[in-house]
Design a protein around this ligand. Structure first.
Ligand SMILES: [Zn+2]
Length: 68
């Protein structure tokens, strides 16, 4: 498994940890921690991704958007 990233895979810049809104089809599922790059890439760790999946499931939108 991948450890927490420090640098962006796409451009190599340093990542910044922030809370971002997670939204599927206009439904806001709350804020989750992500490592953000200035190029627009966002990385989520495994636990956060699980919680996002869970939130999507509860909201009934799981599977609509595969990409996180
Ligand atoms: Zn980047």
């Amino acid at each position: 498994m991948m450890d927490m990233l420090e640098k962006c895979i796409m451009c190599g810049k340093k990542l910044k940890r922030e809370k971002v809104d997670y939204e599927i089809c206009g439904i806001n599922l709350g804020k989750f921690s992500a490592d953000i790059c200035s190029c627009g890439e966002q990385y989520f760790d495994e636990k956060t991704a699980e919680r996002m999946t869970e939130a999507a499931r509860k909201a009934g939108v799981f599977g609509i958007a595969k990409e996180i």
